[in-house]
Ligand binder design. Structure first.
Ligand code: GAR
Length: 204
């Protein structure tokens, strides 16, 4: 691993997790640099914010490059061109094929707004409310071939309160996402980060 890590962040929309990651790296809280923010959606709000923060951006439109594998090959090519050590999916709303998972095996993180393995997939916060859970939360995990499934790196629990709506619960979960995602990236570059089966940890 080089002295300072090189992080590529993939987004599809607002990009608030991307912003929290970039800010943490730029503050020096994480020993890595954001070298690329890439989106599959040209109108993704986060692209403009990334540029304002001085991070190079790229767009690889899934609508223009078909099939899925061809789009992913191009995404992988651009990430490799930027010599990315770690890929952070931050609201990147694409199901990944084995091609991309294999290219960044144990070097790709995702954040999901539930306490996995509960409520994978879309609208996790609504699923949690509908199910009547008392504790919701968020998870940073390594990406494997299954959706929202790989080894868990960090989680934060968020209590559901009376009268919670999808919006109010999502907002409180998002605050925790912004705390644990930079921390997980810091752990990754710690030098003692290990993955053993489903278990990701930092050795003592
Ligand atoms: C976040 O809540 C993230 O956890 C979720 O999308 C939102 C993106 O917000 N990701 C997933 O649901 C992935 N399965 P952001 O663009 O403001 O970071």
């Amino acid at each position: 691993m080089p002295e300072r890590g090189r992080v590529g962040i993939l987004i599809s929309g607002r990009g608030s997790n991307m912003i929290s990651l970039v800010e943490a790296m730029q503050r020096g809280d994480v020993p890595a640099d954001p070298v690329l923010v890439l989106s599959n959606v040209p109108s993704a709000q986060g692209l403009e914010r990334a540029a304002e923060m001085g991070v190079p951006t790229a767009v690889v439109e899934h609508r223009r490059i078909k099939p899925r594998e061809a789009h992913e090959r191009e995404v992988v090519r651009v990430l490799q061109q930027h010599r990315v050590d770690l890929v952070c999916l931050a609201g990147y709303m694409r199901l990944l094929s084995p091609l991309m998972v294999e290219a960044f095996r144990n070097r790709m993180l995702n954040i999901h707004p539930s306490l996995l393995p509960a409520f994978p997939g879309l609208h996790a916060q609504r699923q949690a409310l509908d199910h009547g859970v008392k504790l919701a939360g968020c998870t940073v995990h390594l990406v494997d071939e299954q959706c929202d499934h790989g080894p868990i790196v960090l989680q934060a629990a968020v209590p559901v309160v009376a009268g919670d709506t999808e919006e109010s619960l999502s907002a409180r979960i998002l605050e925790q996402e912004h705390a644990i995602y930079p921390e997980a990236v810091r752990m990754f570059f710690d030098g003692k980060f290990r993955v053993d089966g489903r278990h990701a940890s930092v050795e003592a």
